[in-house]
Design a protein around this ligand. Sequence first.
Ligand code: CAA
Length: 261
Amino acid sequence: MTELKNVRFEKDGAIAQITIDRPKALNALNYETLQELLYCFGLLEKAREITAVVLTGGGEKAFVAGADIAYMQELDAMAAADFAGLGHTVMTAIEKLPQPVIAAVNGFALGGGCELSLACDIRIASENAKFGQPEVNLGVIPGFGGTQRLPRLIGKGLASELLYTGDIIDAAEALRIGLVNRVVPADQLMATCREMAKKIASKGPIAIRLCKKTVNTGVEMDLDRANSYEAIQFGQCFASKDQKEGMQAFLEKRAADFQGK
Ligand code: CAA
């Protein structure tokens, strides 16, 4: 893929920013946009110099207002299942990225947009953000993982209410139920997310990578197996120069100089 039409990919030192940029359609996810996202995640996979990612929506109103309804309208059952499959591939790709991804939720995060935020590691919302899974209003169910990731994040009862009523909640309510980590004024959203990304990027890159992998792998296991998995990844850290540097720097009372090796 040589040209990105609906997605912007920018790098600033160790931080990458991905912006879904179809503001006329409130950044709705059509097939092409999902493909472009996948392409960007493929770049990130190989970009060892990038240690944190911010994902946001273009324009003033929306993070992502859902999967593209105009695109989906004419799909038959097979094509719809394929489209959902592509959506799942994109969401899983975020979880498997070596870098933590912060969703900067700058407006509507509905349907596929809410699901996209759920696949990210951390969600920061602006005060005007709105969340919901309104698919039942369209006669369908969430197709990019909402029925699965939402209950895992906020619990089955609260998730069931959102999924069955299609209610749209504001940022304060999203914070109350644990759907987002923080809510900030709109004009501070990107600075807050970048600051957090920079803080993450200042840590040992290998530790951050293994930490994300361990959280995302372990969360699907029973506690005994997950703890064993953690012990193995903990051991992996000791094969890195960063571990030697981090511990030595502490004992020498100086800041660590991590090289990601
Ligand atoms: N798909 C396609 N186009 C969309 C869209 C979507 N999900 N959401 C908004 N748009 C388009 C509108 O059609 C409109 O286009 P036109 O200007 O060409 O008419 C433009 O974006 C602006 O939207 P509105 O005029 O509707 O803006 P608003 O401020 O009045 O309302 C909104 C904003 C409440 C978010 C409303 O647009 C809305 O309800 N959008 C749909 C939300 C939704 O149902 N999302 C779930 C989709 S299904 C899904 O995501 C399935 C899945 O899990 C895979």
